[in-house]
Design a protein around this ligand. Structure first.
Ligand code: 5RP
Length: 222
């Protein structure tokens, strides 16, 4: 199977996971990226069975609207029963690296408001140790050089993602050569650097369910 076929399989599995719980007033949290897009495309079929969605990016909001799914502001909604999103890496504890699509801050905010985080990923995203994928850090633009120097002190090799401005008007530093032994501690440590808006470690609030696409089928871990 191709990577795209594996992503399509986990998107379909996520639909099966949430469909029995949908009610007319349900508002879902929806992530960002190619796997989340496949999920959104399948969700369109169920649009009359639930109320709408909160999106973690302008791109996902636009895609949801194109499918006729109403998009709500998180502040109007409070909590969502499910947040469904992809990942760049995920470990056995369902800690993740996210933010390859630069949406990490809004993803983390919507995930924080979710009762259950369902991670959908093809098998290539499953790792023993997080960090082979460069860890994104969203920074306030004027703090970029300062934060980069602090990241070097922690052992990372930060690279400015040139030309990328997040939906929040900020910039991204990608931390290369930064293998992470203790994701919960490192997530807090990175967040404590002045000028950091968010980092792409989703460990303090990891996923509750992982739907992983493999050649043998979709594995469900929780
Ligand atoms: C975007 C993300 C995505 O979930 C992550 O990059 C995975 O993307 P894809 O589903 O395209 O592989 O965190 O900021």
């Amino acid at each position: 199977m191709t990577q795209d076929e594996l992503k399509a399989a986990v998107a379909a599995a996520a639909i099966a996971e949430i469909e029995p719980w949908l009610e007319r007033d349900t508002i879902l949290g929806i992530g960002t990226g190619s796997t989340a897009n496949l999920f959104i495309d399948r969700l369109a079929r169920l649009r009359d069975d639930f109320k709408g969605a909160v999106a973690s990016s302008d791109a996902s909001a636009e895609r949801l609207r194109r499918h006729g799914i109403e998009v709500f502001e998180l502040n109007e909604v409070g909590t969502v029963p499910f947040y469904i999103d992809g990942a760049d890496e995920v470990n056995a504890h369902l800690h993740m690296i996210k933010g390859g699509g630069a949406a990490l801050t809004r993803e983390k905010i919507v995930a924080a408001c979710a009762e259950r985080f369902i991670c959908i990923a093809d098998g290539s995203k499953r790792v023993e140790r997080l960090g082979a994928f460069p860890l994104p850090v969203e920074v306030i633009p004027m703090a970029r050089s300062y934060v980069a120097r602090e990241l070097v002190k922690l052992g990372a090799d930060p690279v400015y993602r040139e030309g990328v401005v997040t939906d929040n008007g900020n910039q991204i530093l990608d931390c290369h050569d930064f293998m992470i032994d203790d994701p919960v501690t490192m997530e807090a440590r990175l967040n404590a650097i002045v000028g950091v808006v968010t980092n792409g470690l989703f460990a303090a609030r990891g996923a509750d369910v992982l739907l992983l696409g493999t050649e043998q089928g979709v594995e469900r871990l929780s």
